[in-house]
Design a protein around this ligand. Structure first.
Ligand SMILES: Cc1cc2nc3c(=O)[nH]c(=O)nc-3n(C[C@H](O)[C@H](O)[C@H](O)COP(=O)(O)OP(=O)(O)OC[C@H]3O[C@@H](n4cnc5c(N)ncnc54)[C@H](O)[C@@H]3O)c2cc1C
Length: 274
C-alpha cells in the first residue's frame, strides 16, 4: 500500500464550511480561515494533514458536490456538468481550533500561496479566491489524512519543500518528537515570508528565500539539497513542491544511497501546467 493510502481515512468525509476571514500572512501567503458546524467532527492529525478543497465555479453560484463512497469521488465529480462542477485543488490544514469561533464553531486555517503569471498578474483559481472571498462564502473540504509517515527506525529526517510545501513542513516540524534530528530546507519567494519555527534541537531549519533570483520555484531548494550532506542510510526523506523539485530531490537521494521506501516525494504542481 502506498504512503498516501496508508494514512488516508478509509471513508474520507466531505465537510462543508464557509469563509470567516482572510488576512495576508506575508507577501506570498494569504491565510483563509473557514468555519462551520460540520467541522466539529474534523479529526485533525497535525503534521501535513491535507484535503481536497472544493469551491463554487463562480462567486455566488451554489456549491454542487460529488457523492463520496468509500474513497471514491473522482468519477462522481467528473459526472457533474462542467458549468456547475466545483473547482477542486489540494491544500494543507495549517491549523484547527475546535470551539474557537463564533457560536463555538470549529475554525480551520488554510495558507494559500499567491503566485503570478508571466505578466506579473496574480493567477491560479485558489489564489484569486483567497484574495477576493468574503465572510459567508461557501466551500467544502474532503479529508485526505496525513502523508508524512516515517518508519520507526528513522535516524534522521530530511524535509525539503518550496512555498506550497511550507504549510506542511511547518506542521511536521511543529509535531515532531523532541529528539528528532535532521535537516529542513524551506524555499520561499521572499525574505519577508520567512517564519520563526520552534523546532527540535537537533533539527536544522534552513530558509531559502529566492528574493528575485531567476528560475522556477524549487530550484534553489534542490540545488541546496544536492550540496549535501548525503542522507544517513536510516534517514526518512520528504520532498514536496514543484514537480521538478520532487522528482529531482528523490533522484538525488536515491543516488546517495537512500532506499526508495524511505522517501516520500510529491509534485504538488507544475509551473508550466497551463
Ligand atoms: C498534498 C498537497 C498539499 C498542498 N498544500 C498547499 C498549501 O497548503 N498551500 C498552497 O498554496 N498550495 C498547496 N498545494 C499546491 C496546490 O495544490 C497547487 O499550487 C495548485 O495548483 C493550486 O491550485 P489552483 O487551482 O489555484 O491552481 P490552478 O488554477 O490549477 O493553477 C493555475 C496555474 O498556476 C500554476 N501554479 C499553481 N500553483 C503555483 C504556485 N504555487 N507557484 C507558481 N505557479 C503555480 C500552475 O502551473 C497553473 O499553470 C498542495 C498540493 C498538494 C498535492
Amino acid at each position: 500500500m502506498t504512503n498516501e493510502l496508508r494514512r488516508m481515512p478509509a471513508e474520507p468525509r466531505m465537510f462543508t464550511a464557509h469563509v470567516v476571514r482572510t488576512r495576508r500572512l506575508s507577501p506570498s501567503f494569504q491565510r483563509v480561515t473557514v468555519a462551520g458546524p460540520d467541522l466539529a467532527d474534523f479529526e485533525y492529525q497535525g503534521l501535513d494533514h491535507w484535503f481536497r478543497l472544493f469551491l463554487p465555479t463562480l462567486p455566488g453560484r451554489p456549491l454542487r458536490l460529488p457523492r463520496v463512497e468509500g474513497r471514491s469521488w473522482w468519477q462522481p465529480y467528473l459526472d457533474i456538468p462542467e458549468d456547475v462542477r466545483p473547482h477542486c485543488s489540494n491544500y494543507t490544514v495549517a491549523a484547527v481550533r475546535h470551539g474557537a469561533g463564533v457560536d463555538d464553531l470549529t475554525e480551520l486555517d488554510v495558507d494559500v500561496v499567491l503566485h503570478d503569471d508571466e505578466a506579473g498578474e496574480l493567477c491560479g483559481a485558489v489564489a484569486l479566491w483567497a484574495t477576493t472571498c468574503g465572510p459567508g462564502d461557501p466551500l467544502a473540504l474532503l479529508d485526505q489524512g496525513v502523508l508524512f509517515d516515517p518508519p520507526e527506525d528513522a535516524g534522521e529526517v530530511v524535509l525539503v519543500g518550496d512555498e506550497t510545501g511550507m504549510p506542511g513542513l511547518r506542521g511536521i516540524v511543529r509535531d515532531l518528537p523532541a529528539g528528532t534530528r535532521g535537516r529542513v530546507l524551506v524555499e520561499v519567494p521572499r525574505s519577508e515570508d520567512v517564519e520563526e519555527w520552534a523546532a527540535p534541537e537537533g533539527l536544522d531549519v534552513v530558509w531559502l528565500p529566492r528574493d528575485g533570483r531567476a528560475g522556477r520555484p524549487g530550484e534553489l531548494a534542490l540545488a541546496t539539497l544536492r550540496e549535501g550532506p548525503a542522507p544517513r542510510p536510516d534517514a526518512y526523506a520528504c520532498v514536496v513542491g514543484e514537480s521538478a523539485l520532487a522528482t529531482g530531490g528523490r533522484r538525488w537521494l536515491v543516488g546517495e544511497g537512500l532506499s526508495k521506501e524511505r522517501i516520500f516525494f510529491s509534485g504538488y504542481y507544475r509551473v508550466d501546467a497551463g
